[in-house]
Structure formats: C-alpha cells, structure tokens
Design a protein. Structure first.
Length: 154
C-alpha cells in the first residue's frame, strides 16, 4: 500500500499548508533529503489545542492532541511541496519542542501524538526515525508543540 493510499484510509483532513511567518522556507531539499522547518499545530477542529503550556493550562493528553495536529500540518506541507506523500521514503529525524511548565517531564509522551500519526501514514519502518523531545519555557504564539523533521526522498 502506498503512503497516499494509507493516508486516504485514515480519513484525515489536512489543513491548508503552513506559510512562513518570518524570513525562512517551510522546506529545503538537498540531494535526497528534505528538511522541514518548525511546524506548530493547525486547528483541525474547535477542540484542538493550539495555544497553552503543557503541565499548566494543558494536560498531557491535550499536548499529545496538539502534537498530532502538528503532524497533520507537516503532512500538508509535504503534500504541498512534493505533490504526493509517495515521494517520501522515510522519516529520518524528528526534533520536537514542548512548551511546558518547569516541573513537566513527559515531553516524549506528548510528542508520541506526532510520531504515532507519522507511523500510521508511513508505516512502522518508514514513519519512525530518530527523535528528540525537549521541554522549553515558551514557543512562538504560545503554541504547545513545535516540530521540525528531516525526511529521505525516493
């Protein structure tokens, strides 16, 4: 099954592709690697948390939902830039930042919301790569999660 077919089976709705909010590109391709700039969550439904600090205003589960919304936002960029998810060979590296309270220590569990969706779309072998999940005291626009990735292209 192709990535596009798997995505269609999941019946997910993609947001409009993100646009840069400063001086940078959403994606850069060099050789067979595609580097995606940091993406925040897209509001897919009214309950999707797009602002707030995990461990303070947001629960771990709300943070995880926000991270899943980041994945949808990133998938929209991939599809916009490449025309098809089938041009992705694999996810190589994920760097995730979680806007959280100082005592919050479950950043990896929050970022699983992102990683689990990537595994659903690209498969366990190609959708799970190396990953770092870190906490931070703030993110632009008070977003709960920001993720950047490196993908290998076919």
């Amino acid at each position: 099954m192709t990535h596009d077919e798997r995505f269609a089976q999941l019946h997910l709705q993609l947001p409009n592709p993100a646009k840069p909010v400063a001086k940078y590109k959403m994606a850069v391709i060099t050789g067979k690697l595609m580097f995606l700039s940091g993406h925040g969550p897209a509001r897919i439904n009214p309950n999707t948390p797009v602002q707030g600090k995990v461990g303070a205003e947001l629960t771990l589960e709300q943070g995880k939902e926000s991270a899943r919304a980041v994945a949808l936002n990133m998938l929209a960029t991939l599809k916009d830039q490449l025309g098809s998810l089938n041009k992705i060979k694999r996810l190589v590296k994920t760097l995730a930042l979680v806007n959280c309270s100082p005592d919050f220590g479950d950043q990896p569990k929050v970022v699983n919301g992102f990683s689990e969706l990537m595994a659903e779309v690209f498969g366990e072998e190609n959708g799970v790569g190396a990953r770092s999940a870190m906490g931070t005291n703030s993110l632009p626009g008070n977003m709960p999660v920001e993720v950047e990735c490196i993908f290998e292209l076919e």
